[in-house]
Design a protein around this ligand. Structure first.
Ligand code: GLY
Length: 332
């Protein structure tokens, strides 16, 4: 690409911004300023269950479909997986035995939809999209969300499924102290967050979970909260979160990651800085696992977590793999 006037203008803007960022980020900023080529399509999603979800999302992306369709279709695979104990139909219940599902979705025009505390509906992510596309609202929860889903003809499910009910009964027997803090770690990895860039270079994200196993009835985590569990700004990038929702909400985690990328941080550096903020605001890090995954407007990706064990699935035209996130602390 020849040097054009707009490139000088961009370089001028980037040059002005360079004084705001640390030196290690300067070359990335200039790179962004000159980079017109989009590396999409690309899809990334949290944890091992991301592999199957990415494969479904890829079918959409490879046919020239939108990032929005991809991130909805992708995570529906995880929501349908009866063996998955942290997302969708096979999810673990709250301490009263109810499986309550949370999800949100956001597209390249900053449209967003969310659903929380939803019981008995198979695909909360699609309910979130329906709210986004057909109502004036962003978020519906509880009985109102259920009524909306039923009115719109969404498929119902009976939860907990029998295997989960057995696990719950066992937990109840062993945990007479209902206020005991349940663990969040790599053994019960929660949430699928998915970020995609389509062939046009547009970004979208989705996030869906059954939340913290044995949570208090009525609890919402970060996953249905735009800016906490997920945030997309098509001019900058997208981020999603997994882990202890309460800690992620306290720093508006995914929004923080995107804002850091806006100011020149790479996706990995942005995720690390968000993790650092979480660490600095919590005196006790016992079992406090939080993970961030991010993609910038040029298709660069990065991740970071408080503790070891977080990984994400990546799929491009030439690559399909699991990637281990960098982290601050080992579990042991
Ligand atoms: N990150 C999922 C939750 O805390 O519910």
């Amino acid at each position: 690409m020849g040097t054009k006037r707009r490139d000088f203008l961009k370089l001028g803007l980037a040059g002005a911004a360079l004084s705001l960022v640390k030196p290690s980020q300067a070359s990335e900023l200039i790179g962004v300023a000159f980079e017109d080529k989009v590396k999409g399509p690309i899809v990334i999603s949290t944890w091992n269950h991301g592999i199957a979800a990415n494969a479904e999302a890829w079918k959409v992306l490879v046919q020239g479909g939108s990032a929005l369709d991809a991130v909805e279709k992708g995570v529906r695979v995880t929501e349908s997986d009866l063996t998955n104990r942290s997302v969708g139909i096979g999810g673990m219940p709250d301490r009263d035995g109810h499986v309550t599902l949370d999800a949100c979705i956001m597209d390249h025009e900053s449209r967003c939809g969310a659903v929380g505390f939803l019981e008995g509906i198979a695909h909360p992510i699609s309910v979130a999209r329906e709210i986004m596309e057909t109502t004036q609202h962003v978020m519906l929860v509880g009985a109102g969300a259920k009524k909306f889903a039923l009115d719109r003809g969404f498929a119902t499910i009976k939860t907990p499924i029998p295997e989960v009910k057995k696990e719950y009964e066992k937990w109840k027997k062993e945990n007479k102290d209902v206020f005991k803090k349940p663990e969040i770690n790599h053994e019960n990895h929660d949430t699928i967050g998915m970020l995609a860039m389509d062939a046009k270079g547009n970004l979208a994200g989705s996030c869906t979970t059954s939340g913290w196993a044995f949570k208090m009835h009525g609890r919402l985590g970060d996953s249905p909260i735009i800016g906490a569990g997920l945030f997309v700004d098509n001019e900058v990038g997208a981020a999603c979160a997994s882990g202890l929702g309460e800690a992620i909400i306290r720093i508006a985690g995914s929004h923080t990651v995107v804002e850091l990328m806006r100011h020149g941080y790479s996706p990995m550096e942005a995720c690390k800085e968000a993790v650092n903020r979480i660490i600095s605001k919590h005196k006790d890090l016992t079992n406090l696992q939080c993970c961030f995954l991010a993609m910038d407007k040029n298709g660069n990706v990065g991740s970071y977590s408080v503790f070891s064990g977080f990984n994400y699935a990546l799929k491009t035209a030439t690559d399909e793999k699991m990637v281990d996130a960098s982290y601050t602390r080992n579990w042991d």
